[in-house]
Design a binder for this molecule. Structure first.
Ligand SMILES: Cc1cc2nc3c(=O)[nH]c(=O)nc-3n(C[C@H](O)[C@H](O)[C@H](O)COP(=O)(O)OP(=O)(O)OC[C@H]3O[C@@H](n4cnc5c(N)ncnc54)[C@H](O)[C@@H]3O)c2cc1C
Ligand SMILES: *[C@@H]1O[C@H](CO)[C@@H](O)[C@H](O)[C@H]1NC(C)=O
Ligand SMILES: *[C@@H]1O[C@H](CO)[C@@H](O)[C@H](O)[C@H]1NC(C)=O
Ligand SMILES: *[C@@H]1O[C@H](CO)[C@@H](O)[C@H](O)[C@H]1NC(C)=O
Ligand SMILES: *[C@@H]1O[C@H](CO)[C@@H](O)[C@H](O)[C@H]1NC(C)=O
Length: 540
C-alpha cells in the first residue's frame, strides 16, 4: 500500500504525552443564557433566533421528524435534542459549536437524516441538533466539469441539477434520491456507476467545513490529511461539512436498463450462483444489482424473488448482446431492455418505473421511512449453491426481509485501499446489505426482528470477507461496537474501526487526534482521538 501506519502499540506510546485532557469546565445550562450565547456569537444579517426550536415550539416535532428515515431510532423514550438549530448562515454554525462547547453539550449534525442508527438525531447525553436543511444550494459548472453542492442537498436534487444543465454529465453516488449529501459523501457513497467511476468520495476535490474551533476550512487551509479523512471517514468525527466540490463524470446521452426476476421455483439459485461468477468481471459499463425479497407464488406459497436490475452505459442492443453472451442463464430478451437518458435511469433505480416525472427526484420526503435494522458484508468468493439454500431457509422464516447485492470490480479494483478512508476495493465481488423491516404494529416485537437479522448475519460468516469481516460505514451497525458516552474503549474501537476502514483506521485516529483532541465532534461510532489516561494504562 506504500503508506506506513502506526501499529496500535506504537500509537499508544506516540500519544502517551497527550495524557491530560481534563474535561473542560462546562457551564450549567440555562436556556436563556444559552440563547444569548448563540446570539452574541453569530454576528450575521439574519438573526439566529429565527432558527431555534425548543421542545415547546409547535414546529419542533415536525422539524425533528421530517427527515428521519429509520423510525426504530425514534420512540417516545429516545432522548430528543434540547434544541434544534436550522442554520441559515455559517456564523450560526460557528455559534452553535462555540456555545455547545461552552455548556458541555453534544452537537449532532443532520443532513439527509438517513443514518441507519439515527446518530444524526439521537444522542446519549444532552445535545443540540444542527439540521442542515437550509444549506442545499447546488452550483453546477459544466465548463469546469464540476459542482459545489451543500451538505443539506439530497442526491435527487444533485442528479436533477446536473441533468438540467447537460445530458452527458452525471455523478456516481447512491440509488436512493432522498439520501443527504452530508452523510453520504463523507462515508463513501456507491450506486449504479460504482464499477465505472468508483464511489462519490473519490470525486470530491474541495470542501468547505467548520472545525471544533469554529474555523472555516477549505482543502487548501485544512491540509491534505484532514481532507483525506473526510472523504470516507465520516464527517461527524471531524467537523460540520458545509459543502463539497465534486468532479462530474461523463455519461452517454442514451443508456439502457432492464429488470428481470426469478423465484426460487424458477431456478433463482442457479442464476444467482452464476451471477457471482461473472458480475465483477463484466466490462465496467455494465452494472447488475440484485434485490432479494419475499413474494407469493401462483399457488399462494411464500417464496423468494430474486430481481436483477441492470444498467448499461450504452445502447439496448449492446446491452442485450453482452448479457446473452456472458450471462445467458438470466434469460434476458430484447423486450426487457429499455433505452433512456441517464437521469431517467436514476428514476428507474430509485424504483420509479411508472412514468413518473423527473421532478420526483426533488421530493425530500424520505422514500422508505419505516422501522428497520440493517447490516452489511463484502463477498470475495462466490457463495456455493448449498450456502444459498441455507440462506433461503432463513429468509423464508423472516417476515419482511430484504437483501441487496451491489457489484464491485472494474474501477474499484484500480483504486488503492488507502487512497481515501473507504477501503473496500480490489477483490470484492459485491457488497451485501441485509435489512429486516417491520411495521408500527409489529414494533413491540422489534427485538424478534433484530434477533432474526443477527442470526442471518451469523449464518453468513463463512461466506463473506474475513480478518476483518468488513462492513460499510454508511450502512452503520452499532452491533459492531460503540464508544462509551464519556470514555472510548480502544480495543473495541479497533474492532469496528477495522471493519469500516481496515488499516486506514490508524491514520483516521492520527488525524482526529490532531484536529479535535478534545473529542468535541463525537458519536457512538466516531473516530476516537488518542488520549491515553493513566488508569487505562494501568488496567491494560
Ligand atoms: C433508504 C436508504 C437507501 C440507501 N441507499 C444507499 C445507496 O444506494 N448507496 C450508499 O452508499 N448508501 C446508501 N444508503 C446509506 C446512506 O449513504 C447513509 O445512511 C448516509 O450516511 C446518509 O446520509 P444523510 O446525510 O442522509 O444522513 P444523516 O443521518 O443526516 O447523517 C449521517 C451521518 O453523517 C453525519 N453528518 C451528516 N451531515 C453532516 C455534515 N454536514 N457534517 C458532518 N457530519 C454530518 C451525521 O451526524 C451522521 O453521523 C441508503 C440509506 C437509506 C436509508
Ligand atoms: C418556533 O420557533 C420559530 C423559530 O425560532 C419561531 O419563528 C416561531 O415563532 C416559534 N413558534 C412558537 C409557537 O413558539
Ligand atoms: C403451499 O404448498 C404446499 C405444498 O408444498 C401445500 O400443501 C399448501 O397448501 C400451500 N399453501 C398455500 C397457502 O397455498
Ligand atoms: C409455489 O411454492 C410451493 C412451495 O415452494 C411449490 O411447491 C409450488 O410448486 C410453487 N408453485 C408455483 C406455481 O411455482
Ligand atoms: C473493551 O472492549 C473489549 C472488546 O470488546 C472488551 O473485551 C473489554 O472488556 C472492554 N473493556 C472495558 C474496560 O470495557
Amino acid at each position: 500500500m506504500g503508506r506506513s501506519y502506526f501499529t496500535p502499540l506504537s500509537l499508544i506510546s506516540a500519544f502517551l504525552f497527550l495524557i491530560s485532557f481534563a474535561a473542560a469546565n462546562s457551564k450549567p445550562l440555562v436556556l436563556n443564557e444559552f440563547f444569548q450565547c448563540l446570539s452574541s456569537h453569530s454576528q450575521s444579517s439574519i438573526p439566529i433566533t429565527n432558527s431555534l426550536y425548543t421542545k415547546t415550539n409547535s414546529s419542533y416535532s415536525t422539524i425533528l421528524e421530517s427527515t428521519i428515515d429509520n423510525l426504530r431510532c425514534y420512540s417516545p423514550t429516545t432522548i430528543k435534542p434540547l434544541l434544534i438549530i436550522t442554520p441559515m448562515e455559517e456564523s450560526h454554525i460557528q455559534a452553535a459549536i462555540y456555545c455547545s462547547k461552552t455548556y458541555g453539550l453534544q452537537l449532532r449534525v443532520r443532513s439527509g437524516g438517513h443514518d441507519y442508527e439515527g446518530l444524526s438525531f439521537v444522542a446519549d447525553s444532552p445535545f443540540l441538533m444542527l439540521d442542515m436543511t437550509h444549506f442545499r444550494q447546488i452550483d453546477v459548472n459544466i465548463e469546469e466539469n464540476s459542482a459545489w453542492v451543500q451538505a443539506g442537498a439530497i442526491l435527487g436534487e444533485l442528479y436533477y441539477k446536473i441533468a438540467e444543465k447537460s445530458k452527458i454529465h452525471g455523478f456516481s453516488a447512491g440509488l436512493c434520491p432522498t439520501i443527504g449529501v452530508g452523510g453520504h459523501f463523507s462515508g463513501g457513497g456507491f450506486g449504479p456507476m460504482v464499477r465505472k467511476y468508483g464511489v462519490a468520495a473519490d470525486h470530491i476535490v474541495d470542501v468547505r467545513m467548520i472545525n471544533s474551533k469554529g474555523r472555516i476550512l477549505t482543502r487548501a487551509s485544512m491540509g491534505e490529511n484532514l481532507f483525506w479523512a473526510i472523504r470516507g471517514g465520516g464527517g461527524a468525527s471531524f467537523g460540520v461539512i458545509i459543502a463539497y466540490k465534486i468532479n462530474l463524470v461523463p455519461v452517454p446521452p442514451t443508456v439502457s436498463v432492464f429488470s428481470v426476476s426469478k423465484t426460487l421455483e424458477q431456478g433463482a439459485s442457479k442464476v444467482l450462483y452464476r451471477y457471482q461468477e461473472v458480475v465483477d468481471k463484466f466490462p465496467e459499463d455494465l452494472f447488475i444489482r440484485v434485490s432479494i425479497l419475499p413474494t407469493t407464488n401462483q399457488s399462494g406459497n411464500k417464496t423468494m424473488l430474486v430481481a436483477f436490475n441492470s444498467l448499461f452505459l450504452g445502447s439496448a442492443k449492446d446491452h442485450l448482446s453482452l448479457i446473452q453472451t456472458s450471462f445467458p442463464e438470466l434469460g434476458v430478451q430484447s423486450k426487457d431492455c429499455k433505452e433512456m437518458s441517464w437521469i431517467q435511469s436514476v428514476l428507474f433505480f430509485a424504483g420509479y418505473t411508472n412514468g413518473e416525472s423527473i421532478d420526483t427526484l426533488l421530493d425530500r420526503t424520505p422514500q422508505f421511512k419505516g422501522y428497520f435494522k440493517a447490516k452489511s458484508d463484502f463477498v470475495k468468493a462466490p457463495i456455493p449453491e448449498s450456502g444459498l439454500e441455507g440462506l433461503w431457509k432463513i429468509l423464508l422464516e423472516g417476515d419482511n426481509s430484504l437483501m441487496f447485492f451491489l457489484p464491485f470490480g472494474g474501477k474499484m479494483n484500480e483504486i488503492p485501499e488507502s487512497a481515501i478512508p473507504f477501503p473496500h476495493r480490489k477483490g470484492n465481488i459485491y457488497n451485501i446489505q441485509y435489512v429486516a423491516r417491520w411495521t408500527e404494529q409489529e414494533n413491540p416485537q422489534a427485538e424478534k426482528h433484530i434477533a432474526w437479522i443477527r442470526n442471518l448475519y451469523d449464518y453468513m460468516a463463512p461466506y463473506v470477507s474475513k480478518n476483518p469481516r468488513a462492513s460499510y460505514l454508511n450502512y452503520r451497525d452499532l452491533d459492531l461496537g460503540q464508544n462509551g458516552n464519556t470514555k472510548t474503549n480502544y480495543s473495541q474501537a479497533l474492532i469496528w474501526g477495522s471493519k469500516y476502514f481496515k488499516n486506514n483506521f490508524y491514520q483516521l485516529v492520527r488525524v482526529k487526534t490532531r484536529v479535535d483532541p478534545g473529542n468535541f465532534f463525537r458519536n457512538e461510532q466516531s473516530i476516537p482521538p488518542f488520549k491515553m489516561e493513566v488508569e487505562d494504562f494501568l488496567v491494560n
